[in-house]
Design a binder for this molecule. Structure first.
Ligand SMILES: N[C@H](CCC[C@H](N)C(=O)O)C(=O)O
Length: 318
């Protein structure tokens, strides 16, 4: 069969987006797309929902399914709002229905969307993470990993391990890569793997680099940046409210509000369309592939936007 795909990105976290009916071969489809396009982080599927404006499913580049994707949700939010003529709406995801809203375009005309990131849980059982029979792991070194780095485990609801690190751990990512690969292979701590982010304070916010489960190092991971903003507020690195979060793919705003014992989190950033594609999908792998591709003009604006953040990111991304 033949269908249309958009190639989209949020903070240069790049996905193919498919609007369609429920299928049972997303894993194979994503693996095929990933083999054709080394740049893509996976597939976003937009589906009808009985309770919300649409439903989103997220397939990582290795074919595994993620419960949430913050950068992808901004792109899906834009697609659904433009398709249905809405300024805001609700998108159903694997574990929660989330509020999404069109925001003012950035000065150059970049489409911006805000998405709710929820639910938040520090219970290790919710990641899952198993360590010494503990029920939470907040702002403490994991002694077998490093005495120098304070780690927090949090599900939003996909699983994140967040370390606060000095700048040299960003310029040389060997430590992060070693442990992220270990925690995403067979290991006794994270039975389903985990997204691993390293966070460093910068003048007007934080810088975050993420090694994603099912993907590897990415330009940005929206849920990770939001979880990192939350951890930075808890650690006193940033005040509650809007946190500027720089990443190798640009910058987003994560707002962190404390309400009693719980937190409300929102992620605001670009939702950019790179190109449109016609794709032929057949069971016979050799017959599947792109039929045509049409570049769109939005990326030039985004590149200008990144230029403005490069003075911060350059010190960490070599
Ligand atoms: N890139 C995504 C998250 C993908 C998460 C995925 N790697 C997993 O939890 O398995 C984001 O922007 O939030």
């Amino acid at each position: 069969m033949e269908f249309s795909l958009y190639k989209v990105h949020g903070s240069m976290n790049t996905f193919y987006m498919l609007d369609g009916a429920e299928r049972n071969d997303y894993e194979e489809l994503t693996l095929k797309l990933a083999s054709l396009d080394p740049q893509t982080d996976g597939l976003l599927v937009v589906l009808p929902s009985e309770t919300a404006n649409a439903k989103m499913r997220v397939i990582n580049r290795d074919g595994s399914e993620a419960s949430m994707c913050g950068n992808g949700l901004r792109c899906v939010a834009r697609y659904v709002c433009e398709r249905d003529g809405l300024e805001e709406g609700v998108i159903e995801t694997m574990k929660a229905s989330l509020h999404v809203k069109k925001e003012q375009t950035e000065q150059d005309g970049i489409a911006m969307y805000a998405v709710e990131i929820s639910p938040v849980s520090f219970q290790l059982a919710d990641l899952p993470m198993a360590y010494n029979g503990e029920s939470e792991w907040l702002l403490k070194p994991l002694p077998f990993v490093s005495e120098e780095i304070s780690y927090t485990a949090v599900a939003v609801p996909n699983p994140h391990l967040i370390g606060i690190v000095p700048a040299e751990y960003q310029t040389d990512p060997t430590h992060q890569q070693k442990w992220a690969e270990y925690f995403n292979g067979p290991n006794e701590y994270f039975s389903d793997g985990v997204n691993v982010s390293y966070v460093t304070k910068v003048e007007d916010g934080i810088f975050v680099k993420t090694f994603e489960r099912g993907v590897g190092f990415t330009n940005a991971c929206g849920t990770a940046m939001t979880a990192s903003a939350l951890v930075s507020c808890l650690a006193g690195l940033a005040p509650y409210g809007d946190v500027n979060v720089y990443n190798p793919g640009g910058m987003v705003k994560c707002s962190v509000a404390k309400e009693g014992d719980s937190f409300s989190l929102r992620l605001t950033g670009n939702a950019t369309y790179l190109s449109t594609h016609r794709f032929e999908w057949q069971e016979d792998d050799a017959k599947s592939g792109f039929l045509s591709s049409e570049p769109l003009q939005e990326q030039a604006l985004y590149e200008k936007f990144i230029e403005r953040t490069s003075s911060v990111t350059e010190q960490f991304v070599k």
